[in-house]
Design a protein around this ligand. Structure first.
Ligand SMILES: [Zn+2]
Ligand SMILES: [Zn+2]
Ligand SMILES: [Zn+2]
Ligand SMILES: [Zn+2]
Ligand SMILES: [Zn+2]
Ligand SMILES: [Zn+2]
Length: 467
């Protein structure tokens, strides 16, 4: 690596670890290095790093080829087990959270217990190395996973501190990694296609060159055979004019040429050359293959708390329990659902039976005037149809129908409450009683049982005194 490359690698490395980086002139100051790396390198931060020997001062450390910290960094990166656990710092208290999200009408928060659960983000850093021809390209992909899904994430603006290993659900992490592998393939697709085009082009060139070479070989053999045959022809003509030693010499010459042709023929056997050619092409193809090596160089788990407020809400009539869940990362309080209409609401009121409801669903009882939800105001006077709570509903002792207190009267004998249809007002005493027991008195007036009895007694005493 060149000095510039080493510098870039170092910066990227510590950024990935979420350490804090500062520039002090030519010095790169690295602070808050996760203890995982500190332990690995056996060096505690801060580090004061320079990349040029000439820039070294007392406490600075040179990061260059062969330096021990650089070796620790490269070892740490190649160790696929490298993992960073970070926690985003969030604080929340019920009072402030509720203030921004809820409106309590005629009720207030009595108490709230805060609990917390963790939400996880994972960040996988994958280094893909492409090897082809004599080239070596490297790509680093950073993939975020949240709730089992790939997300676009950047958590760099949140205040993070080192997290705890025991807070991390490893099983989920493994499942997420499978997802990440798939995603990496997709992310590399374009680059792979790009390289394939280059390789294809180059392979075509190479194959063409090979074909040309073997065509030339085939051609060369043909040409030499042709030349030999021409020579044989002219020698055969010459031979007819010669005799004795001369004749034998030419004959031997012809023999040699014939042997030569045979040898070339043998060497030039088409299938042998074809085999060699095929072999050369296969080899060329092999040289044009693409090798991809994916390496998980870092897993960072980032988690943050989700607050659960177990809350008691009170008014002067009752208390209700509610659970509010708050996600500080997106500043979201889980919507409160009206107990009555099931619609989300920011405005909270209480039914006197302790139901949490929206103001629309909150109505006073027609009799006592206390506030209730619609479900709790389910009783209706059979006469005037006004809605009542279960404490206010009354029933006629005779017909058993429900009435409000205005539409029931007390029976003058039994004191039971009865409705206008079941009780009747007596014209003599002006009180109500069961209309079935009305009778005619001596004056031929229809009166209540009480009055009939009274008049009978009166008649009896009148008779006694009269006699
Ligand atoms: Zn409602
Ligand atoms: Zn009532
Ligand atoms: Zn209710
Ligand atoms: Zn009524
Ligand atoms: Zn009645
Ligand atoms: Zn009467």
């Amino acid at each position: 690596m060149t000095s510039k490359k080493i510098q870039n690698f170092t910066i990227k490395f510590f950024q990935n670890l979420k350490a804090s980086l500062e520039r002090g002139g030519d010095i790169l100051i690295v602070k808050d290095v996760p203890s995982d790396f500190e332990k690995f390198s056996r060096r505690s931060s801060p580090y004061f790093l320079v990349f040029d020997e000439k820039k070294m001062t007392g406490k600075t450390e040179l990061i260059a080829k062969g330096s021990s910290l650089l070796k620790s960094m490269t070892d740490y990166v190649s160790d696929s087990g490298s993992a960073t656990i970070l926690r985003i710092k969030f604080e929340a208290d019920a009072g402030n959270v509720f203030k921004g999200h809820l409106n309590f009408i005629d009720c207030r928060v009595d108490s709230s217990i805060k609990k917390q659960k963790n939400n996880f983000f994972s960040r996988f850093t994958i280094q893909s190395t492409f090897q082809y021809l004599n080239k070596r390209d490297q790509i680093i992909n950073v993939i975020h996973v949240h709730n089992g899904k790939i997300v676009d994430g950047d958590l760099s603006n949140y205040p993070v501190v080192e997290g705890k290993k025991e807070d991390v659900p490893l099983e989920e992490l493994r499942a997420e990694y499978e997802l990440v592998k798939k995603q990496t393939k997709e992310l590399l697709h374009e680059k792979i296609e790009e390289i394939k085009v280059i390789l294809d082009k180059d392979l075509k060139k190479g194959t063409k060159r090979i074909k040309k070479h073997f065509d030339a070989q085939r051609n060369e053999a043909l040409v030499s055979m042709k030349q030999d045959m021409i020579k044989i022809k002219s020698l055969a003509i010459e031979m007819t004019r010669r005799s004795g030693l001369e004749y034998d010499k030419i004959k031997r010459k012809i023999q040699r040429l014939k042997e030569n042709i045979e040898r070339v023929k043998k060497n030039n056997k088409a299938d042998r050359i074809l085999r060699e050619e095929e072999f050369a092409i296969t080899d060329e193809k092999h040289k044009h293959s693409l090798n991809i090596d994916n390496k998980l160089i870092n897993t960072t788990v980032i988690y943050y708390p989700r607050f659960i407020f177990e809350t008691k809400i009170k008014n002067n009539k009752c208390t209700a329990k509610a659970i509010f869940e708050y996600n500080p990362l997106i500043n979201r309080l889980n919507p409160i659902v009206c107990n009555n209409c099931n619609k989300k609401t920011k405005h909270i009121t209480l039914c006197s039976n302790g139901h949490i409801i929206c103001p629309k669903c909150n109505n006073p009882c027609g009799d006592c005037g206390e506030n209730y939800c619609k479900k709790c105001l389910s009783h209706e006077c059979s006469f005037c149809t006004k809605k009542m709570c279960k404490d206010c509903k009354l029933a006629c002792f005779k017909c058993k129908k429900v009435f409000c207190q205005n539409h029931l009267n007390s029976d003058n004998l039994s004191e039971n409450l009865g409705c206008n249809k079941c009780l009747k007002m007596c014209p003599q005493c002006n009180t109500y009683s069961d209309k079935d027991f009305f009778k005619k008195n001596n004056a031929n007036q229809t009166v209540c049982q009480k009055c009939v009895t009274k008049s009978n007694i009166k008649n009896l005493t009148d008779q006694i005194f009269h006699n």
